[in-house]
Design a protein around this ligand. Structure first.
Ligand SMILES: *Cc1c(COP(=O)(O)O)cnc(C)c1O
Ligand code: SF4
Length: 338
């Protein structure tokens, strides 16, 4: 990985494969995924027909080690029979009770001063641990004509200083639609900050188009992009290059990860992630304890181990490379630090 920030000419983005093409060619079957990774197509424990469909773009596939059934990137995307185990107590389809907290379709106003706008159910990758895996996106997500209700709500409440675009993945919207939405949000004078929560620039780095960068560079609100990277090996050269382009727009880059059994549940994995993030200009922000969503219990890391992992990281890295370990509890006014 390059250690130094590089200025990358805008035109380099045109060399990327079109990101929408990458979306369309994502792998959706476990057989094909396993075949390409030179693993047995009938690997024990794999669910060939999951309820939450599989989705793995080729650009992500290239970062998975061939022939290794325990690869930490593979574990995040391969559907397993364990997803059908009876859920432990406390696990359910909507662990955060989000569907009851929407003042308008897709808009969550749980924390003071900021709203979370879930714009689309679409994601470039399907993460098996996702807490929105049972989310009825078709009903809860505002189609373009429903955005208006969310915008009206934000416009009517001057206490809202920050709007967080979320999903699904908000960058699965086209540059044109995103542009229109940013224009609308930035026309609201009390909105000072725009935040985008997205995994797309990591999963498909060619999503960082020159059009997106030009838009992010325009004067307006302060902008924050919170990425979602769980393992150091998710950051390859293409991702580092995309981050350099994003940094050049002046956007603040942060990362949130989820602590996942068998993926990143060791001090070594967390330290490698923090160093890899910072080497491309991203600060670790949150490390989330798994949300108790039905079908994901096999990813859970017990709280005592989670605390011990983060304590060991804190003893070895500078404070600014240590993410805050948090848990989300329904009914609180913020995430709960552990
Ligand atoms: C996580 C979350 C936010 C953002 O919280 P920060 O602590 O500001 O990152 C906002 N709204 C909802 C509903 C959230 O779940
Ligand atoms: S990208 Fe985010 S919202 Fe989409 S499946 Fe993964 S964790 Fe869930």
């Amino acid at each position: 990985m390059n250690k130094q920030a590089r200025i990358i000419p805008r035109s380099s983005t045109t060399l990327h494969a079109d990101w929408q093409q990458e979306l369309a060619t994502a792998i959706k079957s476990s057989r094909e995924l396993l075949r390409r990774l030179e693993l047995p197509e009938t690997l024990a424990g794999v669910d060939p027909q999951p309820d939450f469909p599989m989705r793995v773009p080729l650009s992500y596939l290239r970062r998975i080690e061939k022939g290794n059934p325990a690869d930490p990137l593979l574990r995040q995307v391969l559907a397993r029979e364990e997803e059908h185990l009876p859920p432990p107590p406390g696990y359910g389809p909507d662990p955060l009770d989000e569907l009851r907290q929407m003042p308008t379709p897709g808009l969550l106003h749980k924390y003071p001063g900021r709203v979370l706008f879930t714009l689309t159910g679409a994601c470039a990758i399907h993460c098996r641990y996702c807490f929105r895996r049972h989310y009825p996106y078709a009903d809860a997500n505002p189609a373009r004509d429903h955005w208006q209700a969310g915008l009206d709500y934000i416009r009517a409440d001057p206490s809202i200083r920050e709007v967080i675009l979320s999903g699904g993945d908000p960058l699965s919207l086209s540059d044109g639609r995103l542009n229109d939405l940013l224009d609308d949000l930035e026309s609201i004078t009390h909105v000072h900050r725009l935040r985008i929560h997205s995994r797309l620039p990591v999963v498909i780095p060619s999503r960082v188009t020159s059009q997106l960068c030009v838009r992010l560079e325009q004067p307006g609100c302060q902008r924050v992009l919170v990425l979602h990277i769980n393992h150091a090996r998710e950051i390859d050269q293409a991702v580092a290059d995309a981050m350099a382009e994003l940094r050049a727009t002046g956007v603040t880059l942060l990362n949130q990860a989820v602590l996942l059994q068998g993926v990143n549940d060791s001090p070594e994995a967390q330290m490698a992630l923090a160093e890899a993030l910072f080497s491309c200009g991203i600060l670790p922000y949150y490390l989330h304890q798994l949300d108790t969503v039905q079908g994901a219990a096999h990813f859970a890391v017990p709280e005592a181990r989670a605390r011990s992992i983060i304590q060991q990281v804190r003893e070895q890295l500078p404070g600014y490379l240590v993410p805050t370990l948090v848990e989300e509890q329904p009914g609180r006014r913020s995430k709960t630090p552990l």
